[in-house]
Design a protein around this ligand. Structure first.
Ligand code: 5AD
Ligand code: SF4
Length: 469
């Protein structure tokens, strides 16, 4: 266990960054300045981008969705799969012309991709129009990095191959949503053999309970009704803090915050899912009846090579307990298809798990080789075409199950937390059930941010349609 004072970034350092924010703000006082931030990947990255935008705001930049208008463009990147990385390279490549027309434009890339040395090297050599590069561990130093890029008119490339820390008290920009993410811990100690996360996000480190509660209270004051507690493996929460409180205790503490009506969390590693957590979800009214429990694969042979530390049988036993104690729980999972060594018989076992558990929805991915992970050197036993065929067949099966599960909602009433106007139909509002199902229905905009009782009148594969009761 590392010492707490080594894990938390010193407050003097954060104060220093705040001073630099004022300096940049002064530089920008001569006119309107705009910043464009695009985020890839998970909810943690979204949360990091909110901090980037918070710092940018303090430095005098207004948020814009228009790259052409921007004075600063930042891509906050994800390294979990190759296709997200390729998209980032494509997007920054496309900025060359913009930079030519507007030489003072600052282009930055940050996030998980930038914690990998070979990627930073590639940007340095092949994307010379990129001005600043910094990884997740250097996020809190963004003001200093931007200041140097502006005032010295040179590229600032920060690559730090050290362990990540916790930066408290950074400015944050929230869009005024009804539901917001709150990080409770960072990093991961599990080293699943396919996964880049432990390398780019570092070791597990938990925020102090007091800091989390304070953030939840601030959000409640601003009208936020629901929070999503975030961490790569929330069940490890607190293990690195001396004054030990575990995740179920944290859930109970957060649930005491007045104004916060719903609490969700992501992600739970199946090996660490405790009876206490299951009981807490069952008993605490504010904890939503929803569980995301990634199984990754249904074959014990593959789970072992993945270093997941549970068998299919152990996983299914936990699911059985969850269903017994929380009968109407919404269950979701992650599946990787085509991990090295997975043959068609292994894959069929994953299909069997989907039929047994009957998840509400599944996030499925074709395995993507990640540099520096143990699986990088492992060999395939089936072809890419076979993997794709298996993947498609799995989606087909899951779509049927998802639609069947949604059909069970037909004709019943649910309490919906209204999140906003539907993206696909501007006449409709959109919100979620306690279990996290998306429900669209006709209603007045003043319902946004409130609870509404809705009767389900139609079910689809991915969502439900209803009408106000
Ligand atoms: N290839 C494909 N999917 C991956 N995931 C993590 N690493 C990889 C990889 N190399 C998936 C896992 C994880 C989710 C967030 O991303 O299913 O649970
Ligand atoms: Fe990656 Fe496994 Fe950690 Fe999840 S638990 S972030 S899949 S190493």
């Amino acid at each position: 266990m590392s010492k707490r004072e080594d894990v938390i970034i010193k407050s003097e350092e954060i104060e220093n960054q705040k001073r630099i924010m004022l300096l940049v703000n002064n530089i920008n006082s001569d006119g309107e300045k705009y910043a464009f931030v695009e985020t890839y990947g998970c909810a943690q990255n979204v949360n990091d981008s909110e901090h980037l935008l918070g710092m940018l705001e303090k430095m005098g930049y207004k948020k814009t969705d228009d790259k052409k208008r921007a004075d600063v463009i930042i891509y906050n990147t994800c390294a979990v799969r190759e296709n997200a990385e390729l998209k980032v390279f494509g997007n920054i490549g496309a900025l060359k012309a913009l930079k030519r027309d507007k030489p003072n434009l600052i282009i930055g890339v940050c996030g998980c991709m930038m914690q990998q040395e070979h990627i930073v090297e590639q940007i340095k050599k092949r994307y010379k129009h990129v001005d600043i590069v910094f990884g997740t561990h250097s996020l809190y130093r963004f003001p200093e990095i931007l200041y140097n890029a502006i005032t010295k008119n040179e590229r600032v490339i920060v690559f730090k191959n050290e362990d990540g820390k916790i930066a408290e008290d950074l400015p944050i920009h929230r869009d005024g949503a009804v539901s917001e993410g709150v990080s409770v811990m960072y990093g991961c100690n599990n080293f699943c053999t396919y996964c880049i996360v432990p390398y780019v996000r570092g070791r597990e480190r938990s925020r102090k309970k007091e800091d989390i509660i304070k953030e939840a209270k601030d959000l409640a004051k601003r009208g936020v009704k629901e929070i999503m507690l975030l961490g790569q493996n929330v069940n490890s929460y607190g293990k690195d803090i001396d004054a030990y409180i575990d995740f179920p205790d944290l859930l109970n503490e957060v649930s005491k915050v007045e104004g916060i009506e719903r609490i969700r969390f992501m992600t739970s590693h199946p090996k660490d899912l405790s009876d206490k957590l299951i009981d807490t979800i069952a008993q605490n009214k504010k904890v939503c009846k929803q569980l995301h429990l990634p199984i990754q694969c249904g074959s014990n042979k593959i789970l072992k090579i993945m270093n997941r530390k549970y068998t299919k049988e152990e996983y299914l036993e936990k699911i059985r307990k969850v269903k017994e104690k929380i009968p109407n729980i919404t269950l979701t999972t992650d599946i990787i298809v085509g991990f090295p060594g997975e043959d068609n018989a292994d894959f069929e076992q994953t299909m069997e798990v989907l039929k047994t558990v009957r998840y509400d929805s599944v996030f499925s991915f074709i395995y993507s080789k990640r540099r520096g992970t143990p699986a990088e050197k492992m060999e395939d036993v089936i072809t890419a075409e076979e993997k794709k065929a298996n993947f498609d067949r799995m989606i087909e099966l899951q779509n049927i199950i998802s639609a069947e599960k949604n059909a069970e909602y037909y004709g019943k009433n649910y309490e919906i937390l209204v999140e906003g106007v539907s993206k696909t139909n501007p006449d409709f509002l959109t919100g979620r059930t306690d279990g996290g199902k998306i429900v669209n229905f006709a209603g007045e905009k003043d319902l946004i941010g409130k609870f509404a009782e809705v009767k389900i009148t139609k079910s689809h594969t991915w969502s439900l349609t209803g009408e106000l009761v």
